[in-house]
Write a protein that binds this ligand. Structure first.
Ligand code: SF4
Length: 336
């Protein structure tokens, strides 16, 4: 299975002899590893259609350059604390029909960055700017944070940093059930594994290739049992005539797997796109159920449901969470 995952692997010269690449070359012994000077001289240089990811991917390994941690957009996480994200990878093995990566890069090929020590140093520097505050660092902005963590192997490095920096809060965003690398680590009070969840039917029809919702709930159950903090993103919520009933079932299922007070925070967001991503979605998934409801293009260039409808949907789902015993301060509205 592992050997069929990539067609070819390209590695920046200065990373070629690193322990990480050495391990990968042993694991993928039947795949050619080719030296390149810099990833950005190759990755996305020739536009590669997004859906070619179905025919196999190339993998690029190298160093993240430029800004190593970035300020997250407004309403990205719980308000009142600064939020940053760091990037360990580009692109994803899953294929959610709404995924913004399809309009973001000119290639669906995977990129893994391995200069984690530099990223961690940047986090450490950032903490100096906020000496009196908690500071969030999120993983999973341009890739799923756990799906390939058994191959990328960076989690222990970050874990060690967060263990010694309780002021820093760590969020790993995922739709994966690949929690085995997490279970090798000890739970930390400042570490949160957050799962995006959608009703089972949506998940199967729209979150293509992702683990079933029921499997994600089991992974969350296991993490809670082992003492890890979990969080939930009910995002993106997609309208259908019975979306309220479907979310009612989902929230009840959550409650059957773990006490809802164990959810450190829950975000709610309604499906939205940038103009470019929406164009890609129409091209890649013309038959998607997502097109059943009309979207509008706002002044900010975002394509989404009209504001009254978005607010009504968010309020409906929020009320379901409150009815099941969650409290206001656990819930935040994402990107509204
Ligand atoms: S899991 Fe996230 S990054 Fe991966 S395809 Fe789905 S939306 Fe995109």
């Amino acid at each position: 299975m592992v050997t069929s995952m990539f067609n070819r692997v390209f590695v920046e010269e200065e990373c070629f002899d690193s322990p990480q690449v050495h391990q990968l070359r042993e694991k993928f012994s039947s795949i050619e590893f080719k030296k390149i000077d810099r990833i950005d001289h190759y990755f996305g240089r020739v536009k590669k259609p997004y859906l070619q990811k179905r025919d196999g991917l190339n993998l690029y390994i190298g160093q993240k350059r430029g800004e190593l941690i970035k300020l997250a957009p407004p309403a990205y996480g719980l308000s009142g604390e600064p939020h940053f994200y760091y990037v360990h990878a580009y692109n994803c093995i899953y294929e959610c029909e709404y995924c913004y990566l399809q309009g973001h890069f000119d290639s669906p090929d995977l990129v893994w960055f391995i200069n984690h020590e530099e990223v961690i140093q940047a986090m450490s520097d950032k903490l100096q700017d906020f000496s009196q505050e908690k500071v969030w660092f999120h993983a999973g902005e341009f890739s799923d944070s756990l799906a390939l963590s058994h191959l990328t192997k960076e989690l222990p490095l970050y874990h060690n940093f967060f263990k010694h920096h309780p002021q820093a809060l760590w969020e790993l965003r995922t739709k994966s059930v690949n929690i085995k690398e997490i279970l090798k680590l000890s739970p930390l009070p400042n570490m949160y594994i957050s799962f995006s969840l959608s009703p089972q039917k949506e998940s199967q029809e729209i979150d293509l290739l992702t683990p079933r919702t029921s499997h994600r709930l089991k992974a969350m159950q296991e993490l809670v049992a082992k003492g890890f903090h979990i969080a939930v993103h009910l995002d993106p919520i997609i309208h259908s005539d019975d979306f309220v009933e479907k979310y009612q079932v989902l929230i009840s299922q959550m409650k059957e797997h773990f006490p809802l007070e164990k959810v450190a925070y829950l975000s709610l967001g309604v499906v939205r796109f940038t103009k470019d991503v929406y164009h890609q979605v129409q091209k890649n998934y013309p038959e998607s159920r997502m097109h059943a409801q009309e979207f509008i293009k706002g002044l900010d260039g975002k394509v989404r449901y009209p504001r009254p409808m978005r607010l009504w949907m968010l309020q409906k789902i929020k009320q379901l969470c409150l009815d099941q015993g969650m409290i206001e301060k656990q819930i935040y509205l994402c990107m509204e």
